[in-house]
Design a protein around this ligand. Sequence first.
Ligand SMILES: O=C(O)CCC(=O)C(=O)O
Ligand SMILES: [Fe+2]
Length: 267
Amino acid sequence: MLRGALRPDRLERINAWIDSHDLDSLQPGQWIGDVEVHRYGSKDGVNFQNIIEGGPVFEELIDHAAWIDQVRRYIEVDDHWLSIEENFLNVRESGGYIPIHSGGQLVRFTSDFRNSAGRWAVGQINILMALNDIGEGDGPTTVVPGGHKSHEDHPQRKTAWNPDRQTSGAEAVGMVQVPLKAGDALMFTDAITHGSMPRTNPGQRRVLIYRYAPHLLANRFHYLPSPELLARLTPERRRLVMSVPPRFRPGRAVTGADFEGFEWRQT
Ligand SMILES: O=C(O)CCC(=O)C(=O)O
Ligand SMILES: [Fe+2]
């Protein structure tokens, strides 16, 4: 728990960015500059993916002092460089929740969580920042404590043999709620079995989620940073958003259109 990680003036700037968009009119696949409107599923709300392109207030959080050294401690060891794996802003309304997922039983490098001779090998760390208070009825994140060390699937998790499971934190056995105050951040390994309570209150739950991983595992959606963003970033931030720059022969020009219709797998 990182209490008060985001100062009130920063929260105000971020919330003003959200308020300047009409959520009801936004369609998945729509772009706001270099930020893409997105949904994982039908219940878990709108995601503004690649939010670090949304302006300085989002850029500044790439290596925020409230967590970056802790994140490095678990991920940046030996041949692993730290990289941002995914970054988005999520807005969830009444009825919304994210079903129970993850767990130590998964064979997934981002779920790696071990210590070797005093050095950590962690595959992914999430920083979930509360942009408003997330208490009773607001749909707090839920975790199964120790779930990242489990060798068994949580019986209520969606699996290949149980594909229609959408278990919320209200129904899942062994889950605890993690209420947050606006400005608090929750730091957790993505391996932990987690999800959220359904939001029952009116209004919106607003969070920012930045995920960090060893550079070999980044990047989930592979947004290439815009030249404008790269020009603004410090060398340290540049390494976090693009640890391994793409390489082309001299003169080769590539655009997004070259990859349109390309089939890809999402985990
Ligand atoms: O929406 C939530 O509360 C949980 C988010 C989540 O699943 C994640 O950050 O990996
Ligand atoms: Fe998650």
